[in-house]
Design a protein around this ligand. Sequence first.
Ligand code: SF4
Length: 409
Amino acid sequence: MKQDMSSATEENRRVLSGMRPTGKLHLGHYHGVLKNWVGMQGQYECFYFVADWHALTTHYESPDTLGRYVWEMVIDWLAAGVDPEHATLFVQSRVPEHAELHLLLSMVTPLGWLERVPSFKDQQQRIRDRDLSTYGFLGYPLLQAADILMYRAAHVPVGEDQVPHVELTREIARRFNFHFGRDANFEKDAEQSLERMGKQAAGTFRRLKQALGETGDRSVHDRALELIQDQQSLSTDQKQQLMGYLEGRGKAILPEPEALLTEAARLPGLDGQKMSKSYDNIIAMRDDPGRVEQVVRVMPTDPARVRLSDPGEPDKCPVWPLHRIYSDDETRQWVQTGCRSAAFGCLECKKPLIRSLLREQEEIMQRAGPYERNGNLVREVVEQGIANARKAAQETLEVVRDAVGTRYL
Ligand code: SF4
């Protein structure tokens, strides 16, 4: 993604990411998200949060499960190796500053921007057993934007499919900065620079600036930047000033975050589909070893292997993607050759996989042990995280209240 002047700078190493507490975490979460979190905690200033308000946007009819899952989920994070010495772990609803920023952002966010978020209509149509025609559900991308902008995060780790959400956050930041970010002389100085461009170019700039403010359209933004860059009569400083004028960045209040594309291993479920609680095909991060062995033993395989003597094809077998993640080169080669030549049966093929899964679970269990035995330890981690998060959030809100004119005391 292109980095522009208002984006968070390279020196800003802050990363924000959250998870909704809607169930026990499984190995799909471990390989798809948590391993990345662990990897990032040494390189970035990481804020990881339990998105309990987000869970309520879709699960408001079952609030009783929230409390239980919040603590279980934090134990899963710690069991994955997330280190509270290197990352701030907190619960969203215990940092009420998120709600204030969400409200303030809502003042300048056009309804159409929220209605066009692809997941809004898609999920409303897909999830039929719950009424999602609520403001909470419509506004959840805005709450997400508030979560990110609250920490002035430079990076948001996301998969390819979530890039539009980060893009929406950037548009909202740009619009907020446009409305509230100008200081007294900035506008006057920028208008003087515009005069140097000549009547026609200045007119085009003004039209594009207005269209950008109304629509947030990225292509309009890029056309305006091109126009500024083409102006021979402007100094570099004046060009930069006009870029700021275009985006309303007289004063950077909320920096635009960058999507940090993460290459996560996609772990399929026991039936070969995406691992998900709703498909009933998961292995929990802290599962019972006996169950792990049993569910892998009965996993479906390539349907062509009816008899032991029938050759199979790993690419048509749901067990193979698990071998790709859990087995070493030698074992993978053994599977490929042995499956295609019917040298062994499927149960034999699953044995090294079961061993690797149990080894991994044992490590997870060991890390979880102290927290499972002493709930106070988990609470201490989260309480400290909440204190750290609130400090950072309050710093941002001071600036934001100043800008919107609500800092009276
Ligand atoms: S031998 Fe292994 S890879 Fe081949 S079909 Fe059986 S379980 Fe799948």
